[in-house]
Design a protein. Structure first.
Length: 236
């Protein structure tokens, strides 16, 4: 049975991916920072799922998680970070450092922590964001962080071969990541984004989960960044 660890797998894209993989016969282990969310996720996923509370920003904690698991076939890193949005004129060093510490560092150090137990026929999949290639005001720091993760993919795919390394880069997905906008502003933003996209809707976690499952299961895919953005990059 395929064994998959999803770091940041207790909500949103991570949880949708866990659900899809369990339905496909995999054994899934999820981590997250919230005990409440972890319990709910494991209960929802059923008998082939387990989990542990762990903060991906704590490299020691992530090493302990993988050491406790033993052999793992695939690792999916769906950790998200807060902060970093806004114009360059208001950027501070603390904001920039926080954005890097909240996503770039956990992604790379979690991948490192998994190496000792990861199958040579396995894979590492980073979940980044389409902001890496966006040309909108106020997203430069988000682009820098997500772009940095994506830039590591080809090199790591060669360095860690035959372990496969890929990234999936979602566009605007309807998850709790947007909750800080407030309900009214969030609804307006998502509706406006949907209207601007060729597919005329924003993404759902399940859309991204399907792509993650593809790169996990397809043993001939490595060094690739797949964008799932509803055609967002096609907009004028």
């Amino acid at each position: 049975m395929m064994r998959v660890v999803i770091v940041g797998g207790t909500s949103g894209i991570g949880l949708a991916t866990a659900s899809r993989l369990v339905a496909g016969g995999a054994e899934v282990f999820v981590t997250g920072r919230s005990e409440e969310r972890l319990r709910a996720a494991v209960k929802q996923l059923g008998d082939r799922a387990g989990g542990e509370v762990a903060d991906a920003r704590d490299t020691g904690a992530m090493r302990a998680v993988f050491e406790g698991l033993g052999g793992v076939d695939h690792v999916i890193i769906a950790v998200t970070g807060r902060g970093g949005a806004g114009p360059l004129s208001s950027l501070t060093g603390e904001t920039l450092a926080g954005a890097v510490a909240g996503k770039l560092v956990p992604h790379l150090m979690t991948a490192q922590a998994a190496l000792g137990v990861l199958s040579r026929e396995g894979s590492i999949t980073f979940v980044t964001a389409a902001s890496a290639g966006a040309a909108f005001p106020g997203v430069s720091v988000l682009a820098a962080v997500n772009g940095a993760i994506e830039a590591t993919v080809p090199g790591l795919a060669v360095e860690l071969a035959p372990v496969r390394v890929n990234a999936v880069s979602p566009g605007v997905i309807d998850t709790d990541w947007w909750s800080e906008l407030g309900e009214e502003a969030r609804a307006a933003f998502l509706a406006g984004t949907a209207e601007s996209l060729p597919v005329r809707r924003v993404g759902r976690p399940e859309d991204v989960a399907a792509t993650i499952e593809y790169v996990v299961r397809n043993s001939f895919v490595t060094g690739t960044v797949l964008t799932v953005d509803g055609g967002g990059k096609l907009k004028a």
